[in-house]
Design a protein around this ligand. Structure first.
Ligand SMILES: NC(=O)c1ccc[n+]([C@@H]2O[C@H](COP(=O)([O-])OP(=O)(O)OC[C@H]3O[C@@H](n4cnc5c(N)ncnc54)[C@H](OP(=O)(O)O)[C@@H]3O)[C@@H](O)[C@H]2O)c1
Length: 247
């Protein structure tokens, strides 16, 4: 896929799926902005990508003031965006009885409020015909124990994406969702103990965890002209996790 000179913003681009997607867009010729909560992680990501076509912005998506910093950086650059990949996300897993208000707020502020207001602030900066992709999750459909808040954030995100697809269609802006199954990333490492990783791999039809690059390729497809008649929908990239019969 060719994204020569296209302008791409990726929230949460310092590690995992966001970083893999930033690399894939850079390799396809795009100019890419990545965000993250701190300068140190962004510096590491920039060193790893090592391209003059990469820009970084410290912007905590859970804070409206930080979303404005991202918007200002994009506005000052003076070029419209062709692709917006809303990917930043956190998960904290616990049964309902043990879930704290702090965990609830942190997940909703990052995974829902952050995406909503980043989209809102960047809509004026999107070219007509742009592509917006949200990172959701298979848990928006599945109902696994201990994932109530995280799953609810992803369910909410799916609805926001679907309605955004309808609202932005008059500008030919396509809005879609990628829903990964279990993917080997630093984020997964932090929330899932090693024995649970083996369980998750065994719960997919393909009997393995996914690679972040496999999600990146799905994002590039949804952002490309090859997906020109696809909007308001979800691509589940889960190795068969949702439909595997022998869970
Ligand atoms: N891995 C999986 O199995 C899986 C499955 C389904 C869905 N997902 C979703 O995929 C997305 C990426 O996750 P990942 O697995 O790649 O995890 P990851 O390696 O932890 O990456 C998360 C990214 O989000 C950024 N981030 C987190 N909170 C942020 C905030 N408030 N503001 C800005 N950036 C923030 C992190 O940057 P800093 O830490 O540098 O701030 C990092 O770049 C998330 O939305 C996650 O819910 C993952």
């Amino acid at each position: 896929m060719n994204f020569n000179s296209k302008n791409v913003v990726i929230t949460g681009g310092t590690t995992g799926i966001g970083l893999a997607t930033a690399k894939a867009f850079i390799n396809a010729g795009a100019n890419v902005w990545i965000t993250g909560r701190n300068a140190e992680n962004l510096k590491k990501a920039a060193e790893e990508i090592n391209s003059p076509n990469l820009k970084t912005v410290v912007s905590d998506t859970s804070k409206l003031t930080d979303i404005s910093i991202l918007e200002k950086a994009v506005a000052e650059n003076g070029e419209k965006l062709d692709v917006l990949f809303l990917n930043a996300g956190i998960g904290a897993f616990a049964p309902i009885e043990q879930t704290t208000e702090a965990d609830f707020d942190a997940q909703f502020n990052t995974n829902v409020k952050g995406h909503f207001f980043t989209l809102q602030k960047l809509i004026p900066h999107l070219v007509n015909g742009a592509a917006v992709v949200f990172t959701s999750s298979v848990v928006a459909t599945a109902s696994n124990l201990g994932t109530s808040v995280y799953s609810a954030t992803k369910g909410a995100l799916n609805k926001i994406a679907q309605i955004a697809a309808n609202e932005l269609a008059d500008r030919k802006i396509r809005v879609n969702i990628v829903s990964p199954g279990p993917i080997q990333t630093p984020g997964l490492e932090t929330v899932v103990p090693p024995e649970a990783k083996a369980y998750l791999a065994a719960a997919t039809a393909l009997q393995r965890l996914g690679d972040a690059n496999e999600i990146a390729q799905t994002v590039l497809f949804l952002s490309s002209d090859a997906a020109s008649f696809i909007t308001g929908t979800e691509i589940v990239a889960d190795g068969g996790y949702l439909t595997y019969a022998l869970k």
